[in-house]
Design a protein around this ligand. Structure first.
Ligand SMILES: *Cc1c(COP(=O)(O)O)cnc(C)c1O
Length: 401
């Protein structure tokens, strides 16, 4: 997930355009900005790249999730279904709009298990958020079909999968909307930043207004101060320098993905040395953005033993079973209901009534998969020396029993 690896002169040139006008803001300053609208242009180009009609830039991928949920009308009393293997941001946003997150199992795709989704839907389910984890598609066609049958909108958390496709179509374009993140570890970066794409103009308009204190952005003699509003909003505005960086990074996205594919193939060949290894199910391998290489070993014990050898030889893999930011039972603040509010919200109601309790052992299928899973991040730039080191470490680990 490495947009930062390719940061260079192209980004500096785009930033320089902004520094020269001194207009750091996306709205207003008509004369001073000399026709330069970096955030707006980034939105247009990002939408076109993905094959979506509209895009709304915001300050982060987490803000993107929240703004999208708000535009869906999700709030207190509602449930939103997502998966138990995701970054904490996905469910933070659900809580932040007042709704309650419900977690599904993941299957060997490491994404939402459609069969478990079906079981978790209730009369209160107001949105479904499949997450395209680790750069590759969820079973989005099956998930969409289940959601459509019940008339529940799908929000695709595409934070980790910019540039990835399913059946030739960009991820984020299957549901009502798709959200993206451009933070430090993502496939393209703007430092901090996020985007929502959608084909629904009215939905986009609501997001555009919400992220700017409700401003309706209708031209009027009073300028920005004379703009009207039809509901309360908040401020999640992206700034021009982020838009500028985004334009340069977007122009590199296809090259980033192409390099990752090449490097992933080389790393996969090395991993194949491990006895009993199997790979994550990819529902559309050509559409994989190849930001990660995920593989399973036959059991938990062997997985730990293999990774110990890999670590000792300078090529340790990520073990998500131990990772406290991406995996349900490791979210101790969720399990214990830790919050700064006096009332205990969002775990308790204002009157002290318990709203929801999370137990660590309710996703056994995911636990089984996670205990056998190791993951390598695939760099854009993989030197021969580093590949040789990884290959040698894997050869040693292949002798572990
Ligand atoms: C990174 C990430 C986010 C949040 O993005 P930020 O820009 O860091 O707020 C949301 N969901 C997933 C799956 C992510 O990986």
């Amino acid at each position: 997930m490495p947009g930062f690896e390719v940061f260079g002169d192209e980004e500096r040139k785009e930033i320089q355009d902004v520094l020269e006008t001194g207009v750091l803001f996306r709205y207003e300053f008509g004369e001073q900005r000399k026709g330069i609208y970096k955030v707006r242009t980034f939105e247009e180009k990002f939408a076109a790249y993905c094959g979506a009609r509209h895009a709304q830039a915001v300050t982060s991928g987490t803000a993107a999730l929240k703004v999208a949920l708000i535009a869906m009308g999700v709030g207190p009393g509602d449930e939103v279904i997502t998966q138990g293997f995701t970054f904490v941001a996905t469910w933070e946003a659900i809580f932040d709009v007042g709704a309650v997150p419900v977690f599904t199992e993941v299957d060997s795709t490491l994404n939402m298990d459609p069969a478990d989704l079906e079981k978790k839907i209730t009369a209160r389910t107001k949105a479904i958020i499949p997450v395209h984890m680790l750069g590759a598609a969820a079973r989005i066609d099956e998930i969409k079909a289940i959601a459509d049958r019940r008339n529940i909108p799908v929000l695709e958390d595409t934070a980790q999968a910019a540039g990835a496709t399913f059946m030739g179509r960009h991820l984020g374009t299957f549901g009502k909307c798709g959200t993206f993140s451009f933070d430090a570890v993502k496939t393209m970066t703007t430092g901090e930043g996020g985007m929502i794409i959608t084909d629904d103009e009215n939905f986009w308009r609501h997001m555009s207004e919400y992220q700017d204190h409700g401003h309706d952005h209708v031209a009027n003699p009073g300028g920005r101060g004379g703009e009207g509003r039809s509901f309360i909003g908040f401020n999640y505005r992206m700034m021009e320098i982020q838009g500028a960086i985004g334009l340069a990074q977007l122009a590199k996205l296809n090259e980033i993905v192409a390099s990752q594919k090449k490097n992933k193939a080389a790393m996969k060949a090395a991993v194949q040395q491990l006895p009993g290894v199997s790979f994550r199910t990819l529902v559309d391998e050509p559409g994989d953005s190849a930001t990660f290489l995920a593989f399973f070993l036959p059991d938990a014990e062997q997985t730990r033993a293999v990774n110990r050898v890999l670590q000792e030889n300078g090529a340790g893999a990520v073990c998500f079973a131990d990772n406290t930011w991406h995996y349900y039972p490791k979210w101790e603040h969720l399990m214990t209901g830790a919050t700064l509010t006096r009332s205990g919200w969002p775990f308790k109601d204002h009157d002290g009534r318990q709203r929801v309790i999370y137990a660590p052992d309710v996703l056994p299928a995911s636990a089984g998969l996670m205990s056998r899973l190791l993951v390598y991040q695939v760099p854009v730039k993989l030197g021969g020396e580093r590949l040789a080191q990884i290959t040698a470490a894997l050869a040693k680990a292949a002798t572990v029993r």
